[in-house]
Ligand binder design. Sequence first.
Ligand code: C5P
Length: 402
Amino acid sequence: MLNGKRILLIIAGGIAAYKSLELIRRLRERGANVRAILTSAGSHFVTPLSVSSLTGEKVYQDLFSLTDEAEMGHIQLSRDADVLVVAPATADLMAKMAQGRADDLASTALLATDKPVLIAPAMNLRMWLHPSTQRNLALLNADGISTVGPNDGDMACGEFGPGRMAEPLEILVAIENVLGRSVLLKGRRALVTAGPTLESIDPVRFISNRSSGKQGYAIASALAALGAETTLVSGPTNLRPPTGVKLINIESAQQMLAACERALPVDITVCTAAVADWRIDQAANQKIKKGEGGVPNLKLIENPDILRAIATHQTQRPALVIGFAAETENVVAYAQAKLRKKHCDWIIANDVSPSTGVMGGDENTVHLISMSGTETWPKLSKTEVSSRLAQKISGHFKGTAA
Ligand code: C5P
């Protein structure tokens, strides 16, 4: 996918810039040509010499340099690229991009391009969470700019939270997704369920579970990146809506089922939602008062099985129905049984024992189980699992007309 591709990498000023050097190496290993623009703030973190040694090209820094203009003008720089990647993308550069400002070489090249743009934000967590940055991010996403990360983690400033730049391999996958966009699954429709469901006890109380929704959001994003018209039906999460995906927010399992049925017909369904197995039979309309009649006796009834309902749909069964199986023991055996019980085509099975850190975490070791056998994938980030799954799905449809 990356072989022979021309990447224009813009390195802005942040401590994460050192990871961009690694990114250049990984891109070149895969046969990509990398040209870099280093902002003046960026050059405080990595030197032009390191960047040019790794790209094997001169580094572009100055909007008004006559030599640069003679060799390669800013318009030509973006015209010559297949994709523009901003890593790290600072709060300041994101703000400039959102406003369409062009006061240095990086922002000018970004404004002058009609090529796909991917940003890998990296900044202090409060800067990231600030309404201004979130507003700029929403504007950039609405303009069709793709985002990878940031991840949660320890930050150079000593704090912990969202703001760490995505790892080079994650950025690599995101670049592949951007480049592969609108090709492999063009003309296909996909439906993804994600997150927990929330089942009311009364107007203020509910039962739910710890699902973060990360895996489902990443899958919806990866399918959209390959060109599938993707609907994501999601329970309550803290995640940002993925770019290019139609997001439908619901709370309960019954609402999720109704939203999924409305989204049919589709070619592909991936059920990642942690649907609550039970709901309260007849949630109270008023808040249940403490002390009146002792502890309430909550009667639970079974929720609909959304995956099974879609996989056994009489008239609109999707061509490919994929479920997830989160287990804490006998992972593959239980998943094989689930494949048959739910009538789906593939099951992605994973071990969610607390020691694995999968629930709410960023990584996953999965097995892909189908009637024809089991494939075990290495430990991957949820983004990489999603990208691999989306590629696998596109392989399944290869050669059949959309
Ligand atoms: O039965 P279990 O919850 O282990 O099955 C997991 C798979 O079934 C997941 O793909 C999940 O999204 C789906 N599921 C569903 N509706 C339910 C329960 C599970 O779609 N009520």
